[in-house]
Ligand binder design. Structure first.
Ligand SMILES: C[S@@+](CC[C@H](N)C(=O)[O-])C[C@H]1O[C@@H](n2cnc3c(N)ncnc32)[C@H](O)[C@@H]1O
Length: 247
């Protein structure tokens, strides 16, 4: 997989992409990350990439021509690359997007700054993605978060492929509670079942806890996934127990 990032602040990507799991994966060549300075496609003595908005208003708007030139070049260098515009107006980036995009051969992230993009930039990209319903000062943090979520799904990046499979959101539910030593911390004990060595019972307990946690914290997620009969029975029990507690 090859990631391109188009930004006015290339050094912002230095730390996270050279550290820990992603840094090692990059060193091993499991993915390639090329960061491009948008100014390399600006023209004139001042290499201008932004201008005042037509119609008036605060702030500056990113100009279309440098982005158009940059993307034409990057599409040539990475044929078939999927171009993603970082924007709070885009579709929300979720685990499903990470999974879908991890199948691509190349992704190009376009990072905005200032008041955002000249509207015509939207016609140059394949999709517009948002990190969430809040506004960042620039698209770099959004691009880094998305690259992190996508790269950890690439073969060989995580020590074990199954660790990504049990993460929150992988099967549409939140992850079950996890514990490590000590078995008793100031009277807070690790659930007995996890010490039992009975793998089938542990798997059942974990699924039940995933359902409980999702029901309590993110009930909206339960609407979006197919649930087995066993899950539905457990949810019914959990709902009944919760309403009993509330009475
Ligand atoms: C200050 S924001 C501009 C917001 C713009 N005026 C608007 O209301 O849509 C500057 C840039 O940060 C990036 N950005 C801000 N919030 C983001 C989010 N939630 N997800 C992805 N990118 C974001 C985008 O690239 C955006 O063009």
């Amino acid at each position: 997989m090859k990631f391109n990032v188009l930004t006015l602040f290339p050094t912002m990507l230095d730390g996270p992409m050279t550290t820990s799991i992603l840094g090692k994966a990059r060193e091993k060549g499991l993915f390639q990350l090329d960061v491009h300075n948008l100014r390399d496609w600006a023209e004139g003595r001042h290499l201008v990439t932004d201008d005042t908005p037509y119609g008036g208003g605060d702030g500056m708007v990113m100009k279309v021509e440098p982005v158009a030139r940059a993307l034409a070049d990057l599409r040539q260098r990475s044929p078939g690359t999927r171009v993603l515009l970082m924007s709070p107006q885009g579709q929300p980036f979720r685990q499903a997007e990470a999974r879908r995009l991890s199948q691509a051969e190349s992704l190009t992230f376009v990072c905005g700054r200032y008041e955002g993009f000249d509207e015509r930039i939207r016609s140059l990209v394949d999709e517009e993605l948002s990190l969430g319903d809040f506004v960042l000062t620039g698209g770099e943090l959004a691009a880094m978060a998305m690259i992190d979520a996508i790269a950890r799904l690439l073969p060989g990046v995580l020590g074990s492929a199954s660790s990504a499979e049990t993460d929150s959101h992988s099967d549409g539910l939140l992850e079950y509670p996890q514990y490590t030593r000590p078995a008793d911390f100031n009277g807070q004990k690790v659930p007995e079942i996890l010490l039992s060595g009975n793998h089938q019972k542990i798997a059942e307990w974990r699924r039940r806890e995933q359902l409980r946690r999702t029901l309590l914290r993110r009930p909206d997620l339960l609407q979006a996934i197919p649930l087995r009969d066993w899950d539905l029975c457990v949810l019914e029990e959990l709902r009944a127990a919760e309403s009993e507690k509330a009475d």
